[in-house]
Design a protein around this ligand. Structure first.
Ligand code: ZN
Length: 270
């Protein structure tokens, strides 16, 4: 990833997605916003305890930096599930974003329609972006341990292939800043559930204390992409742990739940 400053706002971009003029994307950092502690300062989460006015201003700063229309943004009340919405039309809003999410219960979105930015909010969960430049199909996903165990990243790649006839070998993907195995300790019940649905134990490392494991979510998502047919060289990892870098990104675990949300946003230009 590389970090860019535009209109006084810093955001990160994947190198493998920066060369397509029809695509914009960015991962917001926590810097440059107006929220006070513990949401300082670019908090993009509306159900965090921060004031709605601050969150609204932060979204306006983000959309000015990345140059997209806040009114046509698609996001959802995320539920750590595996539902992915196929987006064909811009949302009709009665209230301005982010007060109105439009959707409820989705943790991923796909579109081939320009000027409909897709946005997922995170603070330790894995934000994943997909782009297939020949058919110009874009997807974003929010993958925490439940979504990852449920295979949401593989599901997004599968939908791009089945619904949009994308060649999976040609899909570029970026796995954004999230909690790393260095900081993600899970108990036996989570480990068992993860192992059962992923069918694989290699993302879980036993710790010295009994019944504790470290879970490698970014690697589990990368594995799903490769199993789905993506070329390893087309997958870019950020390798940034949110808990190790809570000065740069919000981290739910690293800050014991009292924190904001950052976002991955991406869209096609007409
Ligand atoms: Zn870490």
């Amino acid at each position: 990833m590389n970090f860019t400053l535009k209109n006084n706002l810093e955001f990160a971009q994947f190198n493998n997605l920066s060369g397509f003029p029809e695509l914009f994307h960015g991962v917001a950092t926590r810097a440059g916003g107006v929220s006070p502690e513990p949401f300082s300062s670019l908090n993009l989460g509306n159900n965090t305890g921060d004031s709605e006015a601050h969150v609204q201003t932060n979204y306006e700063l983000l959309c000015r930096a990345l140059d997209f229309d806040l009114q046509t943004v698609v996001s959802s009340h995320q539920v750590h599930g595996t539902e992915i919405a196929i987006i064909n039309t811009a949302p009709a809003r009665s209230m301005p974003f982010p007060a109105a999410h439009v959707l409820d219960g989705y943790d991923g979105f796909i579109t081939s329609v320009p000027n409909i930015p897709l946005l997922v909010r995170v603070a330790d969960c894995v934000p994943v972006i997909f782009y297939e430049p020949d058919s110009k199909v874009l997807a974003v996903v929010h993958a925490g341990w439940k979504g990852t165990a449920g295979g949401i990243t593989a599901k997004a790649a599968g939908l791009m292939a089945q619904h949009y006839q994308c060649d999976t070998k040609n899909i570029r993907a970026g796995i954004g800043p999230s909690i790393g195995p260095c900081c993600y300790e899970v108990r036996q019940d989570v480990a068992e559930c993860f192992q059962k649905t992923m069918g694989n134990k290699r993302f879980l490392m036993p710790e010295t204390e009994e019944n504790l494991f470290s879970l490698d979510l970014p690697e589990a998502n990368r594995h799903q992409l490769i199993e789905s047919g993506l070329a390893p060289e087309n997958i870019e990892m950020s390798w940034l742990c949110t808990a190790c870098n809570s000065n740069l990104f919000f981290s739910h675990r690293g800050e014991k739940g009292k924190t904001g949300r950052f976002a991955l946003v991406a869209g096609l230009r007409s």
